[in-house]
Design a protein around this ligand. Structure first.
Ligand SMILES: Nc1ncnc2c1ncn2[C@@H]1O[C@H](COP(=O)(O)OP(=O)(O)OP(=O)(O)O)[C@@H](O)[C@H]1O
Ligand SMILES: [Mg+2]
Length: 294
């Protein structure tokens, strides 16, 4: 079999797993450390397929490190991570790893756009990497489509990141995360630094894209409004592990002091009172969304 055939086979196998599994990400007994400093210890978490899972925790509790270990940028000391049933730790099946990488998109905390590339070129980077045989014209067309999907005007495509506002940069990062039509979207603090109106618009866009594309979202945020407006469930990171996961009402029923302080403190109460939830309609599952698309 040629390399292409092997990759296609790995992708088909993964496609079946994506269709049939209820759990998108499963983490068991995760331990991460930098030298003596232990960040996670005995961390368990399941992300259900088709949900937006909000991930919260104090600054420095290891939310970004958790995301990085799921996507393979941080090697855990111990533990198991599976994405759509594929083991991610110590897995040297390169084709399977490539197949899974093509199914997720990532918006990093700092945006991480390449400053010397235009918005369009930034969005084309993952397409170029994973589908090198696509023609220049088609790649550019796909990038243009992704850019418009995120609510950016078409004329943003030839601009450089330095010519964009903070909110536009986030959208450009989102367009790049969506470049490969992912099943799974990782967002690290997507609304940080945006004004409340821009943040709400970004939330709405995320919810809309998640529904229409049938995405599963792992969304790290400090933004209480985002949690109330678009997250189906919220996982709380503290004491080096996930101490609770559930709807905000379920979390409020626990008596953990950090959770009470976070959701029931003055800012938490305000967000709760003012929340316009976009969560009412249940998220569509991948297969329904794919049918609707075609
Ligand atoms: N590459 C690294 N080398 C050493 N220490 C690191 C590295 N990356 C993260 N850390 C440490 O791991 C801890 C968790 O960092 P992380 O970035 O995951 O926090 P966070 O929960 O995302 O915080 P924030 O809300 O501020 O973004 C911090 O103490 C940080 O200093
Ligand atoms: Mg972080």
């Amino acid at each position: 079999m040629s390399d292409g055939d092997i990759i296609a086979q790995a992708d088909r196998k993964l496609g079946e797993a994506v269709e049939t599994s209820d759990v998108a990400i499963s983490i068991r007994g995760l331990k991460n450390a930098f030298g003596e400093q232990v960040i996670h210890d005995g961390l368990d978490l399941d992300v259900r397929k088709g949900e937006i899972l909000g991930v919260v925790g104090g600054s420095g509790t290891g939310k970004s490190v958790l995301m990085r270990s799921i996507i393979g940028l941080q090697t855990p000391v111990e533990g198991e991570i599976q994405v759509f049933g594929q083991p991610m730790v110590d897995n040297d099946d390169e084709e399977a790893q490539l197949a899974i990488r093509r199914r997720w998109g990532v918006l990093f905390q700092n945006g991480a756009l390449f400053s010397t590339l235009t918005v369009s070129e930034n969005v084309q980077v993952p397409i170029r990497e994973y589908y090198p045989n696509i023609s220049d014209a088609l790649r550019e067309e796909i990038a243009g489509y992704k850019i418009r999907m995120t609510g950016l005007p078409g004329d943003a495509a030839p601009k450089f990141p330095s010519e964009l506002s903070g909110g536009m940069k986030k959208r450009a990062g989102l367009a790049r995360a969506l470049a490969l039509d992912p099943d799974l979207l990782f967002l690290d603090e997507p609304t940080a630094g945006l004004d409340p109106i821009g943040a709400a618009a970004f939330d709405e866009q995320t919810r809309e894209l998640q529904r229409t594309l049938g995405l599963t979202c792992f969304l790290i945020t400090h933004d209480l409004d985002t949690l109330h407006a678009i997250c189906d469930r919220v996982a709380v990171l503290a004491d080096k592990r996930v101490i609770a996961v559930g709807t905000i009402d379920e979390l409020l029923a626990t008596d953990h002091p950090w959770i009470q302080e976070y959701f029931n403190g003055p800012r938490g109460r305000l967000a709760h009172a003012g929340s316009t939830s976009l969560r009412q309609a249940p998220a569509r599952h991948d297969d329904q969304a794919k049918k609707a698309e075609s």
